[in-house]
Design a protein around this ligand. Structure first.
Ligand SMILES: Nc1ncnc2c1ncn2[C@@H]1O[C@H](COP(=O)(O)OP(=O)(O)OP(=O)(O)O)[C@@H](O)[C@H]1O
Ligand SMILES: [Mg+2]
Length: 270
């Protein structure tokens, strides 16, 4: 099978500093791959490389087997349609001046949906998909909770009928109970739409809920990868062991904020 999206031997430099070093990673159609690592390990940079928003110093970016490393925007149409992204902070991801309707309408307009009734039907369908009723159509972001905002962001991301979602810590700005709801929603949507996920998180316990495979990034290098269960229960690399220990113990290191520990408890993973 050909990966939907892949990087091969990618290095990203900011001046002399290599934020990503020689990383190869493949996202297969319909698969869910977790990417974990402490703050600054290069997770978001790698995501930006996959979206062709970040230039590489060396290596290749491939979509459906085709080299898109240096493709111009015209050659990135399939990428822009088929691969959508959901960010950590739904508060800044939505335009405060746009109603829910208009926010979700934007990507549809870009796709050329112009018929009013068609537009309205697509928007209510997308909102329904993410568990929001018609009463939300004309609300503005300031009239929504964090979880509701993230649902709108996910509806927007689904508007182009993508094949993959790249999720950069999509739940870490939310309350623990809301995190669990969004995780549930993502699991359901993945099944329903046969989506591939690249899911970035500090929290291996959350990754386990969504992904089959995981790659562990440390200082821009992948130090471990494999089936989530195997990596979580029998980590081979000391860094991965520390990462797991810090997430699972309340008094752990810099990776164990209270939210992370609560998240682990809320999901019942010990
Ligand atoms: N545009 C940039 N210019 C210079 N340095 C950058 C730039 N973007 C990222 N970096 C650096 O690259 C490294 C990796 O950053 P990145 O945002 O990919 O980390 P991350 O793993 O996503 O961290 P976090 O978990 O905090 O989001 C960091 O040291 C960061 O400071
Ligand atoms: Mg990041």
């Amino acid at each position: 099978m050909i990966p939907l999206l892949a990087v091969e031997d990618v290095t990203v430099r900011f001046g002399d500093f290599a934020a990503v070093s020689d990383v190869s990673l493949a996202l297969m159609p319909g698969a869910a791959l977790g990417l974990v690592g402490e703050s600054g390990s290069g997770k978001s940079t790698l995501l930006r490389v996959l979206l062709r928003l970040q230039a590489v110093a060396s290596g290749r970016v491939l979509m459906d087997g085709a080299d898109i490393t240096t493709a111009r925007e015209g050659g990135l149409r399939a990428l822009r349609r088929d691969v959508q992204v959901v960010f950590q902070n739904p508060h800044s991801a939505l335009n405060p001046r746009l109603s829910v309707h208009d926010s979700v309408a934007e990507p549809l307009q870009i796709q050329g949906v112009s018929n009013r009734q068609q537009m309205r039907d697509r928007i209510t369908g997308l909102l329904d998909d993410v568990g929001l009723g018609e009463q939300f159509l004309w609300r503005f972001p300031h009239e929504l909770s964090g979880g509701q905002k993230q649902r709108v962001c996910i509806a927007r991301a689904l508007a182009t009928r993508p094949r993959a979602l790249l999720l950069d810590e999509p739940t870490s700005a939310l309350d623990v109970s809301v995190q669990a709801q969004i995780i549930d929603l993502l699991r359901r949507l993945r099944q329903q739409h046969n989506l591939a996920f690249l899911f970035i998180s500090h929290n291996l316990a959350v990754v386990q809920l969504l992904c089959e495979e995981v790659a562990v990034l440390r200082q821009g290098v992948i130090v471990e990868r494999g089936a989530v269960k195997q990596v979580l229960h029998a980590p081979q690399n000391p860094y991965t062991q520390a990462l797991i220990a810090s997430v699972l113990s309340p008094g752990g290191s810099r990776l164990s904020g209270p939210a992370v520990c609560e998240g682990v408890r809320a999901f019942g993973i010990h």
